[in-house]
Every structure is written in structure tokens, then in C-alpha cells.
Design a protein around this ligand. Structure first.
Ligand code: GUN
Length: 291
């Protein structure tokens, strides 16, 4: 049995479904969904992610616009640009790619984004909706992880799940999404957690969202576990033309023999975050059309 969860395939299936929907809008003479992506500076990794997002949006027929801003932009000027995007009625959604330069307070930026256009699902209103009856625009990475769990029919009933990393937008959001299912027992770990190995060894599912290569080693993994690796780090690799390669949090080669299912990095959760961004953009478009 194939143990590798193919995030590229699932994301490509979702994109094909959405592409069909968007072409039907066009046939009906309707406008297509629109998205702006704000990129501050030219952080190499961010530029790569943003280019992948732009390409994916174009592929499905979303009208995508990249806004490149100078690295030395003031917080006030950035908030002004966000306010303009919030007020643009024909714009369905936008994201501000993170990280941001040190002179800009990230939370102030997130708090200034209109929840209706927050297709990353980072605002308090959208994160809070995870625990409410009516879900809004859910955090894109968490949504991607949940989609993989659903499309691979991963059995979560009465299972134990360790989440490594408790960041608001990712680890904690995934924990809440899973808890909403009322089926799985979730343990959220952080850098202060004692006996991490004991927790992970007793977990049926491990979701790691830390950004630390080789954090999860084979001695930490139970035989037959499911592993979802949300980490993305660049490590030096002189054998590559670029001089680096992308790895997750999991010591993949050594963990692989023990698991029942695992997401590779790259090609696991990463493409799913983009698929979720596209799903959220379509959702924001639908809501905008109703307004
Ligand atoms: N930086 C790394 N991942 C993300 C993401 O999903 N959204 C945004 N806005 N920035 C990121």
C-alpha cells in the first residue's frame, strides 16, 4: 500500500473542480473571483511561495494581482494600502505574505484586514469561527490539513493526535479544527513540553508545525502512525543547483518505514495551503456577490 499522502494530487483535484466552476461563471457572463497578494520586500522564500500562489490562481481563472512593496515601508503606509484593499468592492480577497520586516507589527496588520476578505483565515473573526456553528474563512493551512484527512479517509475516531507547535494560525488552529470533530483526543505540544517523546510515541496521529528539521525522529513514532508534516525549512545542500533544499520537521527517510501514512515535504501540506487559499477566495467571491 502506498504510504505517501500526495498533496500535489489532492490540491490539483481541488483546483480542477474550482477551475470548472470559474469557467461556468464566465459562460454565464459573470465576473471571475479576484485576489490581491501583498508581498513586502524580496525575501527569497516568500517570493517563491507567492509566485506559486499567483501561478495556481491564474491556472484556475482567478483574477490575481501581485502588489510588491518596498522592504522599508512603514506600518502606517502598509495599513493605508490594506484599508484601500478592504474598500475595493470588486476585490474579493487579499493576503499579506508573512513574514513582514521588523518595523511592521504583524498582529496590527492582521487586525486591519477585513474578515470578509481575509482569505488566509488569519483574523480573529475567522479563527474564532472555527468554534462557532457557522464557519467563515478558515485558516488556510489547517483547512488543507483537514482536507487531506478527509480525502484520504484517515480514521480519527477514538484516536490520539499530538500536535507539535501551538501558533495561533497553524498549530492551535488545526487543534481546534480537529477538536470540533469530537472524535479525536488532541494534545498540543510546544517548546516547553516535557516528555515530548512519550507523548508522540503514544499518538496515532502526529501533526508537526514547528519549522525545525529533524524534530520528529523515528524513535518518537509509534508503529503504524499517521504523520502530517506542516514544517517548511530550507537547509543547505551543495548537491542542488540552488544550494539548498526544502525539508519538513520529520526525519522522513528514517520515519517512513514505521508509518502507515505520511506527507512528504515538499509535496504534502504546502500545495494544500494554496488549494485552501483558492477555496477561500471562491467562498469570499460568493459572499461578495450576495452583498
Ligand atoms: N507565510 C508562510 N505561509 C503563509 C501563509 O499561508 N500566508 C501568508 N500570508 N504568509 C505566509
Amino acid at each position: 500500500m502506498n504510504k505517501i499522502i500526495d498533496g500535489i494530487k489532492v490540491s490539483s483535484d481541488i483546483k480542477s473542480e474550482i477551475k470548472k466552476e470559474i469557467s461556468s461563471f464566465k459562460k454565464d457572463g459573470k465576473r471571475v473571483p479576484s485576489l490581491s497578494i501583498v508581498l513586502v520586500g524580496n525575501h527569497t522564500a516568500s517570493s517563491i511561495y507567492v509566485n506559486a500562489k499567483v501561478r495556481a490562481c491564474k491556472d484556475v481563472g482567478i483574477d490575481v494581482n501581485l502588489i510588491n512593496l518596498n522592504d522599508n515601508i512603514s506600518e502606517l503606509d502598509l495599513l493605508e494600502i490594506i484599508s484601500e484593499l478592504n474598500n475595493k468592492s470588486d476585490l474579493d480577497g487579499f493576503i499579506v505574505q508573512l513574514p513582514l520586516p521588523p518595523q511592521v507589527n504583524v498582529q496590527n496588520v492582521i487586525d486591519s484586514i477585513s474578515p470578509a476578505k481575509d482569505v488566509d483565515g488569519f483574523t480573529n473573526d475567522n479563527i474564532g469561527s472555527i468554534t462557532s456553528e457557522v464557519k467563515k474563512l478558515l485558516p488556510a493551512t489547517g483547512l488543507g490539513v483537514m482536507t487531506l484527512i478527509e480525502r484520504y479517509n484517515i480514521d480519527i475516531e477514538s484516536k490520539s493526535c499530538a500536535i507539535l507547535g501551538s501558533s495561533r494560525n497553524v498549530g492551535a488552529a488545526i487543534a481546534q479544527m480537529l477538536m470540533q470533530k469530537e472524535q479525536v483526543t488532541v494534545t498540543v505540544c510546544n517548546s516547553k513540553t516535557k516528555n515530548l517523546k512519550e507523548i508522540t510515541r503514544n499518538s496515532d496521529i502526529i501533526i508537526s508545525a514547528v519549522g525545525k528539521p529533524n524534530l520528529v525522529t523515528s524513535d518518537m513514532v509509534k508503529e503504524g502512525a499517521v504523520i502530517i508534516d506542516v514544517g517548511i525549512s530550507r537547509i543547505r545542500d551543495d548537491s542542488k543547483k540552488s544550494g539548498y533544499r526544502i525539508v519538513g520537521d520529520v526525519d522522513y527517510d528514517n520515519v517512513l518505514p514505521k508509518v502507515s501514512l505520511i506527507t512528504p515535504v515538499p509535496g504534502g501540506v504546502g500545495p494544500m495551503t494554496i488549494a485552501s487559499l483558492i477555496q477561500n477566495t471562491l467562498r469570499a467571491y460568493r459572499n461578495n456577490e450576495k452583498r
